[in-house]
Design a protein around this ligand. Structure first.
Ligand code: C2G
Length: 129
């Protein structure tokens, strides 16, 4: 059983998120997603349109996702990986290098982001709609 773990806000769920989950699901047998809580988003200076509960329900509904946990702080990844026996930590390459410190307990992978879409771009284009 190979377990993959990733984290994010996943606001305004879009094709970039789906393609990430689809690729991650092919790397192993179980995909765990840490969804940022509203409080942690505030620490990331991110204001999500949908609440944590709504974003969690959306991510849980994705067929590629096996388990969702709350992401409450920057420090929890190491403990989560050990507790959940994750073999791979993976995240988009906008975070390239940021989580290399986890490579002593799991494989760390940075996957290419899907181009030309982001929650920020969606909000901006809707604002001018
Ligand atoms: N992503 C992607 N392609 C896009 C947009 C996002 O592959 N067009 C990926 C990001 O690289 C990230 C994930 O989708 O791996 C979630 O993106 P965000 O919701 O923006 O999450 P972020 O704010 O980067 O939070 O501790 C890690 C942080 O919680 C990550």
């Amino acid at each position: 059983m190979k377990t993959i773990i990733t984290y994010g806000t996943f606001d305004l769920f879009h094709i970039g998120h789906i393609r990430l989950f689809k690729r991650l699901s092919k790397l192993g047998d179980k995909l765990i997603v840490g969804v940022s809580t509203d409080e942690f988003n505030a620490m990331k200076n991110k204001a999500a349109y949908f609440s944590y509960q709504e974003r969690r329900e959306i991510v849980e509904s994705c067929k590629y996702v096996d388990m969702v946990i709350p992401e409450q702080d920057w420090q929890q990844k190491r403990g989560d990986i050990i507790r959940l026996n994750a073999d791979i930590f993976a995240i988009g390459d906008d975070w390239l290098g940021k989580f290399d410190d986890l490579s002593d307990i799991c494989q760390v992978m940075y996957l290419r982001r899907t181009q030309a879409i982001s929650t920020t771009e969606i909000k901006a284009s809707l604002a001018t709609f």
